[in-house]
Design a protein around this ligand. Structure first.
Ligand code: C2E
Ligand code: MG
Ligand code: MG
Length: 783
């Protein structure tokens, strides 16, 4: 609703309320006072009626008085009575008896006499010197009675009926239309208990006056209707006043409205229109300031506010622009970062090759693509052999450099469209698409193995890296990426198991083997806990005398269902699962006890028990403590125990290994380097290790007879060992010829089936007792 309408409505309502209020208040008080005046006037009129009636009575009394003063017998004549318009006149003796009666009209003499008697009017008149006059009630109606004492002391009583002439005379004198009615005698119900009464009836004011008899009792009632002239005048005056107020109010409204419109609402509306035009987008515009009043001040304030708004919106625009630029930069950075993260999420950081996720994704896509074609796809799983050794011996930087070079060679070995990925560590995979049969992956595997044969240059150091490769070819149309990769992985494990540096195609039986391996693992765990794995002892023979100088404890597991399981099967599993540690310590203890028995049989204090130590045992923090405690527990002298460690264990962390070996040596035990020649150590590094014995691997011994090269190697080993004052044991001696040959080459000790197979503790004890082995003189004597 517009302000002007609200304003007009308020003004109008105010005026209407004020008008009504004034009208009601004024009419209430004025009209009320006018009504009171009317009533007062009516009462005075009624008093006048009574007064005038009194005058009429007085007049009758005066006229009859003149009659009494004269000699009544002469003056009281019917003519005189008629002239005086009396209805009757009675002359009474002093005794009260009637003397003369002149009657007219309805009043009889008897009635007049009874009236006088019953009302004791004579006695009453005696009390009034000027005589008695007033109204009296007769059976014929109301009469004005007048008593005068005559000159001869008689009484003249005259009666005049209150007839129409008196009534009209009264009406005429008081100028009122009077209604006459008799008042019932005393004792009857009478609503008029006062002389006068005034009430309103319609537009007239009604009033009654009571005319009383000689004794003061009401006798006649006179009712008069009087106009309410003052009240009417008051009413008209207030109406006129109200009209005037309304007119003045209307003029007032018009004047105030004009002034308000002209000076307030009009300028405000104009200001509002200007502000809305500016608000609609006319930036920079300002409202026009006119006059010098509050509206102008408001306009001025609005202009100031608009200035500030413009300033604010300019600054806001600047901030938004800056924010937009910042956002754009941020989006570019985020896009670049997202790209980088995506790249990192799908690529190997070191080599830049696709990682496992991307490889699996590409493999899945390739599998979908070749779903309906005859051509298939193949996955190669490549794992470097002994990479950990390179890492540990040459450091992680060198290891990383090797991996990068391997990645390059792998990429060179495949077609441009094939995917080479690094899954992590030293594991790589290759996806060959669009292949037919086994030939293509075989060629790739061969190329890889060939390319790896070339030495890698890591700075100035030369290094070699072999790899085991598992190849899986998709044969099942519903093959999944994960299962194909798993198959290649399984095949790779088989390649490792078959001696590494080779490739193997996956066959479904491998899964069976994997399952078997799992079963084996479970059975092994049980066997270790239940003590089903025991030690067998293979004699160590002094070659020049054939004497037994010690034995090697070798683990033996007799499975209740599968029979004897060779260490080459369960030892690697025990190593992988960590079971080798509890097993190894148990066998060590068993071997130490057995050594005590064998020493006792032989009576030889130099009998040495050799015990194999796995890498995990060697690296365990409790190594020295456990060995010391075992020796203490079994009471075996430390110089009767030889611990065999493979060279690969020592090479993993050379410096630390040397420290550990020194700690073991400090216990007093001997150390042997087992399977020498199969690992990475070279003769030149031997001097660094504090070893007492070097065990030449059986693969050299077995080749001695056929290969001259093998003989040369053994010769070189022995020469170096002699220089370093290290004993040498030939492992796997199976023939006299081999024994002769190594004996001639200077090897002190031999171990092999030629001399004895590994035996149970009792078996070896029996063998020692039955003299199979020649004994030294002192031993024999002692025995
Ligand atoms: P190793 O320590 O080099 O043990 C010598 C292996 O050569 C034994 O095989 C032994 O039976 C075998 N051998 C001895 N003479 C001949 C021979 O004339 N011809 C042939 N062909 N073999 C011969 P075994 O008992 O099967 O043990 C294999 C390997 O398992 C051991 O090689 C050793 O590395 C590991 N091993 C065995 N027992 C334990 C053990 O208690 N702890 C640990 N850590 N490794 C063990
Ligand atoms: Mg050994
Ligand atoms: Mg060996």
């Amino acid at each position: 609703m517009k302000v002007r309408y609200k304003f007009f409505a308020t003004l109008l309502a105010g005026m209407v309320i004020a008008g009504i209020g004034i009208h009601l208040a004024s009419s209430g008080t004025l009209v009320n006072s006018f009504s009171q005046q009317d009533e007062a006037r009516a009462k005075s009129e009624l008093e006048r009626v009574e007064a005038v009636f009194g005058q009429i009575v007085g007049k009758v009394h005066a006229q009859t008085g003149a009659l009494a003063e004269l000699a009544p017998e002469k003056t009281l004549t019917p003519d005189r009575v008629t002239k005086l318009d009396l209805d009757g006149a009675l002359l009474l003796k002093q005794t009260g008896e009637s003397d003369l009666w002149i009657g007219r009209g309805s009043l009889s003499q008897t009635a007049a006499e009874n009236l006088i008697k019953s009302n004791h009017l004579v006695e009453l008149a005696e009390t009034k010197p000027s005589g008695l006059s007033g109204l009296v009630r007769t059976p014929a109606g109301a009469f004005i009675a007048s008593f005068h004492k005559t000159a001869d002391s008689r009484w003249l009583a005259s009666f005049k009926e209150v007839d129409d002439s008196i009534k009209s005379q009264l009406s005429r004198v008081v100028s009122l239309n009077l209604q006459w009615s008799p008042v019932l005698p005393a004792g009857s119900q009478n609503r008029f208990d006062s002389t006068q009464s005034v009430w309103v009836e319609g537009s007239s004011l009604m009033g009654t006056a009571l005319l009383r008899d000689l004794k003061g009792q009401p006798l006649l009632r006179v009712e008069a209707a009087m106009p309410r002239s003052i009240h009417q005048l008051g009413q008209e005056t207030t109406n006129w006043m109200t009209l005037q107020i309304v007119c003045v109010g209307a003029i007032f409204i018009m004047v105030v409205s004009y002034a308000t419109m002209r000076h307030v609402i009009g300028p405000l509306e104009d200001l509002g229109n200007q502000v809305s035009t500016i608000g609609a987008g006319s930036s920079g515009k300002r409202v026009v300031v006119q006059e010098d009043d509050e509206v102008a001040s408001l306009a001025f304030n609005i202009n100031q506010m608009l200035d500030r708004l413009d300033d604010g919106s300019r600054r806001l625009q600047e901030s938004q622009d800056a924010l937009k630029r910042h956002n754009e930069n941020l989006e570019l950075i985020i896009a670049a970062r997202t790209k980088e993260i995506e790249y990192q999420a799908y690529h190997d950081k070191l080599t830049g090759l696709p990682n496992r996720a991307l490889f699996l994704d590409r493999l899945s896509q390739a599998l979908r693509r070749c779903f309906r074609t005859k051509r298939t796809i193949s996955v190669l799983f490549i794992d470097l052999d002994n990479f950990k050794l390179v890492n540990d011996s040459l450091g992680h930087d060198m290891g990383d450099a090797l991996l990068m070079q391997v990645a390059e060679r792998l990429s060179d070995a495949v077609r441009p469209g094939d995917t080479v990925a690094r899954l992590g560590g030293d594991e790589f995979t290759i996806l060959l698409e669009d292949v037919l049969g086994e030939e293509e992956p075989r060629q790739v595997a061969k190329r890889i193995l060939d390319s790896l044969k070339e030495p890698f240059m890591l700075g100035s150091t030369e290094a070699f890296a072999n790899a085991s490769i598992g190849i899986a070819i998709k044969t099942n149309p519903y093959e999944s990426a994960e299962s194909l990769l798993k198959s290649a992985d399984t095949a790779m494990y088989h390649a490792k198991g078959l001696g590494r540096s080779r490739y193997v195609f996956f066959s479904p039986q491998m899964h069976e083997m994997a399952k078997e391996r799992l079963e084996m693992e479970t059975a092994l765990r049980k066997a270790v806990i239940e003590g089903d794995i025991t030690a067998a002892y293979q004699p160590l023979i002094e070659l020049k005398s054939g004497r037994i100088v010690g034995c090697e404890a070798l683990a033996r597991w007799h499975h209740t269902e599968k029979g004897s399981i060779p260490p080459s099967v369960f030892i690697p599993i025990a190593e992988e699962t960590g079971l080798i540690v509890p097993l190894g310590w148990k066998l060590l203890e068993e071997a130490c006890y057995q050594a005590m028995i064998l020493r006792d049989i032989l009576k030889s204090p130099d009998f040495i028990m050799s015990v194999n130590l796995s890498g995990r045992q060697f690296q365990s923090g409790s190594l020295v403590t456990v060995i010391r405690q075992t020796l203490e527990k079994t009471m075996l002298p430390p110089q009767c125990l030889k611990l065999e460690i493979t060279e690969s264990i020592l090479m993993e962390n050379r410096e630390e290994s040397i420290d550990r070996m020194k700690e073991l040596k400090a216990l007093g035990v001997y150390l042997a380097l087992d399977d020498f020649g199969t690992g990475y150590s070279s003769l030149s590094t031997l001097h660094a290790f504090p070893i007492d014995t070097l065990k030449i691997d059986k693969s050299f011994i077995s080749r001695l007879e056929e290969e001259e090269g093998a003989q040369a190697i053994v010769e070189a080993i022995l020469a170096m060992a002699h220089t370093l004052k290290i004993d040498v044991t030939g492992e796997g001696v199976e023939s006299e010829a081999q024994a002769d040959l190594i004996r001639r080459l200077g090897c002190q000790l031999g171990q092999g089936f030629l001399f004895d197979r590994p035996l149970t503790g009792e078996g070896l004890s029996d063998r020692l007792k039955d003299g199979t082995y020649p004994q030294a003189e002192e031993e024999r004597r002692a025995a």
